[in-house]
Design a protein around this ligand. Structure first.
Ligand SMILES: Nc1ncnc2c1ncn2[C@@H]1O[C@H](COP(=O)(O)OP(=O)(O)OP(=O)(O)O)[C@@H](O)[C@H]1O
Ligand SMILES: O=P(O)(O)OC[C@H]1O[C@H](OP(=O)(O)OP(=O)(O)O)[C@H](O)[C@@H]1O
Ligand SMILES: [Mg+2]
Length: 409
């Protein structure tokens, strides 16, 4: 395999991989462009790079000196995306957890959360949040798993505290043209076995993910690949003749479709969504950091668990609470969190108080709402009321226990 890194990396480790001309003529178009840099093509380059790849990549990709000790400071620092599609969603999520980020104006990069008086918010680009967690300048952060994986490179100091914040859903995937020599190619295996690729003329992949891309190809035993990098609109690269394939984020798939590209079986590198990440050093060494993370985690879990559920209340005729419970529990979608809550409904008839009905209360996953209502009706439920659920505070916070285990506390 020739996973090739830029020659310029060897001379000048800089976070921005500078541009060099394409190594070999493209298959669709004879006009290589210098808009993308091929990450090295020469064998002597590969030999050098493979021996020092780990240390070189981490200092280049992280753009900062490795953190050594935890610097004394009074406040816990939470990094939030300063721009892009994640910025508003991260603030909205915290708001839904009753954590209100007070930013005086959008160009101010520091903010407060009055509910967490020992915590400061710092707005940073997602990749810089990861870099600053590693350098010790931030303690916590919210970023996409893709960014965390690309810039964190599996560093053990980075701990994912909550892996599913329910926004920023996308996946990192290889895409190829749906025309020309790729028309009948449907899988990564078929792509790798195409006779066109050789050491001299590798499959050229344009990507912003220059750590995850080569790692994935290596793990899949794919030979003859060369990566180039660019900062956006990657989907144009194949049609421009700059690359054969791309490795980029996909959400709705519209951008791929509009650019005549397709995903292939086995080509998904990573499923991603927003995560809460912490620096292990900060959690173990910085006073107050663990308490802050506990509070944020409790609020997040309570909100996110409730977010997918409705509260359903219905009346049901019956002779006793137990008899109604049996009917309700005979249906697969009506067991609620622990089981239905059933209470008598007291009616006054001819001066007498009687119990003919029982009210049942259950939590129902939003996706299963209609099915649940049908099942309720089938066992005699009537007057079904549905309302959104705001929080579910469980007895304990499962991820908190996992975090403590992970920290060996
Ligand atoms: N199309 C998408 N749909 C949903 N989430 C996405 C999509 N593209 C990216 N994301 C998620 O949002 C994060 C931020 O992406 P965004 O495009 O806002 O910023 P960026 O790519 O870092 O910056 P820029 O695009 O301005 O260079 C990504 O790391 C990813 O987790
Ligand atoms: O599958 P879709 O819903 O079409 O989304 C995918 C696109 O979204 C992102 O681009 P972004 O909008 O961030 O622009 P960028 O290329 O400038 O990063 C990503 O890089 C894809 O190009
Ligand atoms: Mg983007």
């Amino acid at each position: 395999m020739s996973i090739l890194l830029p020659t310029n990396l060897q001379k000048c480790p800089s976070p921005s991989l500078s541009l060099s001309p394409s190594p070999s003529p493209p298959i669709h178009s004879p006009s290589p462009s210098s808009a993308f840099s091929y990450l090295g093509t020469r064998r002597r380059c590969l030999r050098f790079v493979t021996s020092s790849v780990a240390s070189l990549q981490s200092s280049v990709a992280n753009g900062s000196a490795p953190a050594a000790v935890v610097v004394e400071r009074g406040q816990i620092r939470l990094g939030l995306p300063s721009k892009g599609r994640m910025a508003a969603d991260a603030i909205d999520l915290l708001k839904d957890c009753q954590l209100f980020v007070k930013q005086v104006n959008p160009r101010q990069y520091v903010a407060q959360i009055p509910q967490l008086p020992n915590t400061e918010v710092w707005f940073q680009r997602p990749k810089d949040i990861v870099r600053k967690l590693l350098s010790g300048d931030l303690d916590l952060g919210i970023v996409g798993l893709d960014t965390l994986s690309e810039y964190g490179q599996g560093d053990e100091d980075l701990i994912i505290v909550h892996e599913a914040l329910n926004f920023g859903d996308c996946h990192l995937s290889i895409a190829i043209p749906n025309y020309g020599i790729f028309e009948n190619i449907k899988s990564l295996k078929e792509l790798a076995q195409m006779p066109q690729w050789s050491e001299e003329r590798p499959l050229r992949v344009a990507t912003g993910f220059t750590y995850l891309g080569p790692k994935f190809m290596k793990e899949n035993g794919i030979q003859h690949v060369a990566f180039s990098t660019a900062d956006g609109a990657l989907e144009a690269a194949p049609a421009m003749g700059i690359a054969d394939a791309i490795l980029d984020l996909v959400s709705s798939g519209t951008t791929l479709k509009e650019n005549n590209l397709k995903e292939i079986e086995g080509g998904v590198v990573l499923e991603s969504q927003a995560v809460l990440v912490a620096s292990r050093r900060a959690l173990t060494d910085r006073k107050g950091a663990l308490n802050t993370v506990h509070e944020i985690l409790e609020r997040l879990e309570a909100h996110l668990k409730a977010d997918g559920q409705f509260t359903v209340v219905a009346n049901m005729r019956g002779n006793s609470a137990e008899e109604v419970a049996e009917r309700v529990l005979s249906q697969p979608s009506l067991s609620g969190l622990q089981g239905p809550t059933i209470s008598p409904v007291y009616c006054k008839q001819d001066g007498q108080v009687s119990i003919d009905y029982y009210a049942i209360v259950i939590c129902v996953p939003k996706k299963a709402l209609y099915e649940s209502v049908k099942q309720l009706r089938a066992v005699g439920g009537s007057g079904v009321l549905v309302s959104p659920l705001t929080y579910i505070f469980d007895e304990d916070t499962p991820r908190w226990g996992q975090l403590l285990t992970n920290l060996k506390l």
